[in-house]
Design a protein around this ligand. Structure first.
Ligand code: ATP
Ligand code: MG
Length: 443
């Protein structure tokens, strides 16, 4: 007989919990939610003492499962497995949850929390003690001793306090999970640059990433302008393309045709320009864009995708196909809140790319906010802070990428740091700078 229930959309977490809890655990994949809560609850076989909900379940899904399970067993203990703490109170209020557990918590913390809650439920008369033979059929480190000791130590009230403390402890670990640190095992290949609001500096970052990465991987970088209606990558780079994204999408399976259509920039990278006219954008569906990105990833070391502001279908597809997400925001409350909402949504959809980089752009002094405020609002620290600089505008007006136009500019240096996050080898060398300077001299 099982004792614990996990409803989650993460197969990885499911496996981990199964390893920890063994035969005591039954799982219902979150995919059943597509058929409704009733279907999920219908899958639950034994009468669990503790249900773990998440990761990757939304607030509404968790609330509705919690309510349905509690209807069958009012004493059920509920642990929500999720990131974020800012709206934690809403979850606690709406679901009467007993604890929040970071999916990144260590095995010991995870096991300990589940068992402590179990013990408390027994002490509080909300659950029957688990039968011995069932424990024996459980997994190796079932740690019944801990279970019994805790049950003996805690009276119901103390148990509750202990769990409250646990909520506080766990939630501090939670933030780290929202945006996991760079994963060294994942080689950057497709880098999608996104922002919930317009004009934050996506194109500036995307173009300079292409330029910087092309220094270490000449002719192995392509930038795709997937800002379907108003993409201006070609414009910013002073190129006059005759082919556009619609042509590339049509040729997505044909490597030779793609190569012949690409526009080459003198800094040794290629461009797939946005549709030449906004109405051509209608011909490009998100799935085809995804196919093109995959095809380009086979042909190039780096594929950089510039996007439309917000989380439209095409941007979601670009993120889905990305190894890296570069998220750009200005240092304003509205933008930062929008970014947090974007992260929440992407996390729920399981679409945060494995490597992610938060860029605060256009940062000025004396605006009432400092980067640390951004950390508090977003729930994660910015990886790169780019100051507002005249150099960005001068470079844009000259049709030249910032990091080559004025490598000593403060914004250029910050953007260079972003490039080096993606490829640490992209260090500007004297030779490169001199070569560029010579190229840029009038003939
Ligand atoms: N750090 C900076 N300092 C000064 N100006 C900047 C900075 N970053 C970007 N800009 C300027 O802000 C404007 C918007 O930047 P950019 O086009 O890169 O944003 P975007 O997010 O791509 O916008 P859109 O949503 O319209 O595509 C441009 O004129 C750019 O030159
Ligand atoms: Mg843009």
């Amino acid at each position: 007989m099982t004792r614990y229930l996990l409803v989650s959309r993460s197969a990885e977490y499911e496996n981990r919990l199964r390893r920890l809890l063994g035969a005591r655990l039954q799982t219902v994949p979150g995919e059943y939610l597509a058929f409704g809560t009733t279907e999920v609850v219908g899958q639950v076989q034994d009468d669990p003492a503790v249900a773990l909900l998440g990761p990757l379940l939304s607030f509404d899904e968790s609330r509705s499962i919690a309510a349905a399970l509690r209807e069958k067993n009012a004493g059920l203990g509920i642990i929500v497995v999720r990131e974020q703490r800012s709206d934690l109170e809403d979850w606690v209020d709406a679901m009467d949850i007993q604890a929040v557990l970071s999916p990144e918590a260590t095995d010991t913390t995870t096991l300990d929390l589940v068992e402590r809650l179990d013990a408390w439920l027994v002490t509080a008369g909300r659950a029957q003690p688990y039968s011995g033979d069932a424990i024996a059929s459980g997994v190796e480190e079932a740690s019944t001793l801990t279970f019994v000791e805790l049950a003996a130590d805690d009276d119901a009230t103390d148990g509750e306090d202990a769990l409250d403390a646990e909520v506080a402890d766990e939630s501090s670990a939670v933030e780290a999970w929202v945006l996991p640190p760079m994963d060294p095992a994942v080689r950057s290949e497709v880098i999608t640059v996104a922002a919930p609001k317009g004009g934050q500096g996506k194109t500036t970052m995307a173009v300079n990433l292409a330029v910087g990465l092309a220094e270490v991987a000449p002719n192995s970088v392509v930038i795709v302008d997937a800002d379907l209606q108003f993409g201006d990558v070609a414009n910013v780079l002073d190129l006059q393309p005759t082919r556009d994204l619609a042509d590339f999408v049509r040729a997505a399976d044909d490597e030779v045709q793609i190569k012949t259509q690409l526009v080459r920039h003198s800094d040794d990278f290629f461009v797939v320009p946005a549709p030449l006219s906004p109405e051509f954008a209608d011909d490009i569906d998100a799935a085809s864009l995804g196919r093109l990105i995959d095809q380009l990833a086979k042909m190039f070391r780096y594929v950089i995708v510039d996007t439309t502001p917000g989380l439209g279908e095409h941007t979601i597809t670009a993120l889905e196909h990305a190894t890296d997400g570069v998220f750009v925001s200005s240092l304003t409350v509205a933008s930062l809140r929008a970014l947090r909402t974007e992260f929440q949504l992407l996390t729920e959809l399981g679409l945060i790319p494995r490597n992610r980089h938060i860029v605060l752009n256009n940062v000025e002094k004396n605006t009432g906010l400092i980067p640390a405020d951004a950390t508090a609002i977003i729930g994660a620290e910015a990886d790169v802070v780019v100051p507002r600089s005249q150099g960005v505008l001068l470079a844009a007006n000259a049709g030249a990428p910032l990091i080559h136009h004025d490598p000593r500019d403060s914004a250029a240096k910050a953007v260079r740091a972003l490039v080096q996050r993606v490829d640490p080898a992209a260090v500007p060398t004297r030779r490169r700078i001199h070569r560029k300077a010579r190229q840029d001299e009038p003939e």
